[in-house]
Design a binder for this molecule. Structure first.
Ligand code: DP6
Length: 314
């Protein structure tokens, strides 16, 4: 049996659209920071008696098409037609609403490939994690990583930018809304691709990747935060201007973004980023963290995260 643990990551430059949904190739590259609090542990073992894969998530037998896709890929890759029993647990310190496909598929890529006897390097693991969920490609790596868009399975991989577990960055989740999302990220990005500004967002995102790489290399947290916030707000603007327009923001989301801007304007390093849901994450550092928490704790439960490690065996 093989068992792996992977942590969630937050996108500083977002992935928000597919050029090939079957292979999960993205329209743009993206940059993520793997975090240190929320993780998934997954074990996988070939079982000769099974007629299909057996997948237990948090103690419940689950049918998951994305898991099947990863397992079928591994069977095709190895020529081994066996089925696998997979046990996966999401470890979240607070209540529901935080479960993540990024940590889940990064852990599955490692555990399941090892169950088939493969010993893949991180780059290859990232391509397999990507088949399950795009953002999972980045959770294979610790710290900052980049997922290159690529043009086929092998060229669409993630790699480490910098894995400085002591990089002075904090990501503060303000958990205001714990309900599950109404529009999944896969659905959301498909809708967003109809926005009139979608092509402009993609080309802008390429420029933001270059600026973000420079900001990370210079340990310039203010630039990292400013670029990440701009990129995230533009992503959500796409959603509002899609042909079938939608919006993940709630009034609370807007209030937290406004409070974060106010903090920044009064000299605190604080920048908002938001994924496919209403919850805001604030990027800051150790020095400014207590000011941010003091201001935002009235809006929801607070979770503080630092840079975390890549996928490992446990
Ligand atoms: C907004 O990786 O969940 O968090 O590949 O369809 O499973 P699928 O999508 P997913 O999308 C993540 C979207 C995002 C931005 C990001 O993490 O880059």
């Amino acid at each position: 049996m093989s068992k792996a643990r992977a942590y969630t990551n937050i996108a500083l430059i977002k992935y928000w659209g597919k050029s090939d949904p079957l292979w999960n190739l993205p329209t743009t590259g993206s940059i993520g920071l793997t975090l240190d609090q929320l993780y998934t542990e997954t074990s996988a073992k070939i079982n000769d008696d099974l007629k299909q894969d057996y997948f237990m998530l948090n103690g419940q037998k689950t049918q998951n098409l994305k898991v099947m896709k990863v397992m079928n890929f591994l069977r095709d890759l190895t020529g081994d037609r066996h089925f696998v029993e997979i046990f996966s647990e999401n470890h979240v310190p607070t209540a529901a609403g935080l479960a993540s496909s990024a940590s889940g598929f990064a852990a599955l890529a490692m555990a399941a490939s090892q169950a088939f006897g493969l010993s893949l390097d991180r780059k290859e693991l990232s391509t397999i994690a990507r088949l399950g969920s795009g953002s999972a490609s980045r959770s294979v790596f610790g710290g900052f990583s980049i997922w290159h868009a690529g043009h086929d399975h092998d060229s669409s991989f993630a790699e480490s930018i910098l894995d400085p577990l002591n990089f002075d960055i904090r990501v503060i989740d303000i958990l205001a809304d714990k309900s599950t999302k109404k529009i999944s990220s896969s659905q959301g990005m498909q809708l967003a691709q109809s926005a009139p500004n979608y092509a402009a967002w993609c080309s802008n995102s390429q420029k933001q990747i270059d600026d973000m790489l420079a900001a990370i290399a210079n340990s310039d947290l203010e630039k990292i935060g400013l670029i990440a916030e701009k990129n995230a707000l533009a992503m959500h603007e796409l959603n509002r201007t899609a042909i079938q327009a939608f919006d993940y923001f709630t009034q609370n989301t807007r209030d937290i973004i406004a409070a974060t801007k106010k903090l920044y304007n009064s000299g605190t390093l604080a920048f908002a980023t938001i994924d496919a849901g209403p919850n805001v994450k604030v990027i800051t550092n150790s020095e400014n963290q207590s000011t941010v928490i003091e201001t935002l704790k009235n809006y929801g439960e607070i979770l503080v995260q630092k840079a975390g490690p890549g996928v490992t065996n446990v």
